[in-house]
Design a protein around this ligand. Structure first.
Ligand SMILES: Cc1cc2nc3c(=O)[nH]c(=O)nc-3n(C[C@H](O)[C@H](O)[C@H](O)COP(=O)(O)OP(=O)(O)OC[C@H]3O[C@@H](n4cnc5c(N)ncnc54)[C@H](O)[C@@H]3O)c2cc1C
Length: 318
């Protein structure tokens, strides 16, 4: 067993800061004033004060410990596929795992360890190639393992909380914790963890499967997705969560006349009324105005208050 695999599979012993090397901060991969529009799938968002791309769990620990000591706010970024960032940008530090933390390790017996920054479509392909089953339904979600775990994302009857065994989280003091799946409260598009911080790694247990069958299933599901959802557009996917009841958010918005509604370059997709699209130079204010109009229209027609699924950063003042 390689050193990496051994470290990944065995429980975290040290819960404190022991063993963290000093001096890694000078070699950090980071950008000051990065435009968040380049890091979100809808292509909207002003500058972040500091965007850091850690290469290891240890670097994440170092960044979080030093930012806590400096009393600066830290946010985690995955693929930015469920995010609306203000045109005014965000203060503090954004920690993005997608660029440098995307390893996946396979062990006997269907155990898989994934860095939180690995893209889920890639993860699903690697699992299929290893003849493991359980991730196929998630293979079309354009987020990272960490992003999906944060909100228990899912599709086609499967959510990520059903297949995860444990999650490693670095808390805002810089301490690493391993949390068993039974300690997390997973429900529809939410996950409550006993520790708050940045998810850095997760362990999965998958069923033995068949590579050809896994690829056929993923192909069929992606075709289904393409038929129902806009493709190749700048979007953050669903704007609102599906409320309880028979009608989903897209159907409610469509019935309320919001399909194709627009504010500037922000538009509710003609193909799927709950998908928000940036047709060109949409601003965060335009998106917010359209969200408010959609919510109001559904409230008036159906007496249902939709709550947003998309996460918002730096929006409070708009
Ligand atoms: C075309 C399209 C289709 C989509 N289809 C689906 C679908 O079928 N099902 C579905 O559930 N969603 C879907 N989504 C939404 C989105 O892909 C998911 O919500 C996904 O989980 C977001 O992952 P991310 O890595 O992009 O997270 P981001 O958008 O980068 O972040 C979202 C939130 O998670 C937090 N976060 C991200 N990474 C971490 C981390 N490592 N540790 C702690 N917090 C973190 C962020 O701080 C933020 O609050 C779709 C989006 C698009 C654009």
């Amino acid at each position: 067993m390689s050193g990496n695999l051994q470290r990944a599979l065995y429980p975290v012993r040290a819960r404190g800061n022991e063993g963290r090397t000093r001096g890694t901060m000078s070699r950090l991969d980071e950008v000051a004033g990065a435009r968040m529009g380049k890091h979100t799938t809808i292509g909207i968002g002003g500058a972040s004060e500091r965007l850091v791309f850690p290469r290891s769990v240890r670097e994440v620990q170092d960044v979080l410990a030093s930012e806590r000591a400096a009393n600066r706010k830290v946010r985690a970024l995955g693929a930015g596929s469920n995010l609306l960032v203000s045109d005014g940008g965000v203060r503090g530090t954004v920690v993005c795992l997608r660029k440098n933390m995307g390893n996946v390790l396979f062990a006997p017996g269907g155990a898989v360890v994934a860095d939180a920054g690995v893209m889920v479509p890639r993860f699903a392909v690697l699992c299929a190639l290893s003849a493991l089953s359980g991730v196929e339904e998630l293979g079309g979600i354009p987020g990272t393992v960490g992003g999906l775990l944060t909100m228990n994302a899912g599709s086609y009857g499967r959510s990520i909380g059903e297949i995860v065994e444990w999650v490693e989280i670095v808390d805002y003091e810089g301490r690493l914790h391993r949390v068993g799946a039974s300690e997390v409260r997973f429900s529809y598009r939410t996950a409550e963890y006993p520790v708050r911080g940045i998810i850095v790694r997760a362990g999965f247990r998958l069923r033995p499967g068949h590579t050809g069958e896994a690829f056929s299933r993923m192909k069929a599901l992606n075709e289904k997705r393409r038929a129902k959802q806009p493709w190749g557009e700048r979007t953050f996917g669903s704007t609102f969560r599906n409320p309880q009841g028979d009608e989903n958010a897209a159907a409610l918005l469509e019935r309320a006349g919001m399909k194709g509604a627009r504010e500037g370059d922000a538009i509710f997709s003609e193909k799927h009324a709950n998908f928000m699209i940036n047709k060109g130079r949409a601003t965060s204010s335009e998106v917010l105005r359209l969200i408010a109009r959609g919510r109001e229209a559904v409230q008036t027609l159906s007496a249902i208050t939709l709550s947003t699924e998309v996460e918002m950063w730096g929006i409070a003042d708009e």
